[in-house]
Write a protein that binds this ligand. Structure first.
Ligand code: NAD
Ligand code: ZN
Ligand code: ZN
Length: 343
């Protein structure tokens, strides 16, 4: 092992990542070192690079929170994993373990939570330091490249669909058929739901159909709310908004059936207008959902291990990261790019 590794670093918000050699970190007590095999590129990495959100990471930092690799070193006192295990280093990098939210398995909102590729260095590097108590355990029959998108896009869309509380046979709208949404369509079908996919790109909608969507609506044309209400005969029981675009949010609320739930997971910066009378008079629930807990992670991975969900991936080397970000920003990534590292 050399003591340097290749990494893609955000040194200034809104500027391209800098590819450079940095020191390989050493695991301290309770920490592990993971040799990265693959890391998916999430739209959140783009928000992180742009400094889009109120809580900003400290500069410089290494993004990437869909990193999967092999544990190569463990610090003192680590028992949760051993050398040679394949693990994922997720957005929920660590939490306190004893606040009211941690105690009730709502650990993603822990006030002391650290976020991978944001407040802690992430997977756009050959090695990642991780907290073994919070890593994802990758099922034996999943490759690193197939597992990587599940570590964020998979768990987030799976959990978001559960949070709609739609029941088998009922309708869900998945708005935004990118990294999260293309997996969301598959999870929703595996859960026995009827799926109406919404996007502004016909190619993404064609893809949603191939993945099992029962209906598709292009939100760029006509009246997408009226179309969804017509298709679902009154609105969808659950709506999951993954689109990183503000107009999708107001539309999503309008697509929600009476007493239905509209779950927000997309995180474009800003606010959206809420039609208050409709929400009140139709008894609609609007709720946020933030990745998922460790049990959600295990469940989301199990669907893939059972062959019910599979990420569509395009492999790229780390050196292509700035080009990938540009394409992601322009909606030109078909589903998920996974950065693959040399063995
Ligand atoms: P992506 O770029 O892969 O996919 C976004 C999709 O939305 C694209 O298919 C695009 O065509 C579509 N879209 C754009 N505008 C639209 C509109 N007006 N209506 C419908 N569809 C539209 O992005 P991703 O990696 O899937 O991430 C999506 C969002 O989710 C980002 O904002 C990301 O930060 C956020 N996110 C949130 C969580 C969470 O825990 N809440 C977790 C991961 C990602
Ligand atoms: Zn993500
Ligand atoms: Zn906590």
């Amino acid at each position: 092992m050399t003591d340097k590794m290749q990494a893609a670093v955000v040194e200034e918000f809104g500027k391209p990542l800098v590819l450079k050699e940095v020191d390989i970190p050493t695991p301290g007590p309770g920490q592990i070192l993971v040799k990265t095999e693959a890391c998916g590129v999430c739209h959140t990495d783009l928000h992180a690079m742009n400094g889009d959100w109120p809580l900003k990471p400290n500069l410089p930092f290494i993004p990437g929170h869909e990193g999967v690799g092999i544990v190569t070193a463990i610090g003192a006192g680590v028992t949760a994993v051993k050398e040679g295990d394949r693990v994922g280093v997720p957005w929920l990098y660590s939490a306190c373990g004893h606040c009211e939210f941690c105690l009730s398995a709502r650990e993603t909102v822990c006030a002391s939570a650290e976020f991978g590729g944001y407040t802690q260095n992430g997977g756009f590097a050959e090695y990642i330091l991780a907290d073994p108590k919070y890593v994802a355990h990758i099922p034996a029959n999943l490759s690193a490249r197939d597992a990587a998108p599940l570590i964020c896009a998979g768990i987030t869309s799976y959990k978001g669909i559960k949070e709609t509380q739609a029941k088998p046979g009922e309708w869900v709208v998945i708005s935004g058929i990118g990294g999260l949404g293309h997996l969301g369509v598959q999870y929703a079908k595996a859960l026995g739901l009827k799926v109406c996919a919404v996007d502004i790109d016909d190619g993404k909608l064609e893809h949603a159909k191939r993945l099992g969507a029962d209906a598709v609506v292009n939100a760029k044309y006509g009246d997408p709310i009226a179309e969804v209400v017509e298709i679902t005969k009154g609105g969808a029981h659950g709506v999951l908004i993954t689109a990183p675009s503000l107009p999708a949010f107001k539309q999503g609320v309008g697509m929600t059936r009476k007493f239905g739930t509209c779950v927000l997971v997309g995180l474009p910066p800003g606010e959206f207008p809420t039609p208050l009378f409709d929400v009140v008079a139709n008894c609609i629930t609007i709720r946020g959902s933030f990745v998922g807990n460790r049990k959600d992670m295990a469940e989301a991975l199990a669907f893939a291990a059972d062959g019910k969900v599979k990420a569509d991936i395009e492999l790229q080397p780390l050196s292509a990261i700035n080009d990938v970000f540009k394409r992601l920003d322009h909606g030109e990534v078909p589903s998920r790019v996974v950065i693959e590292f040399a063995k």
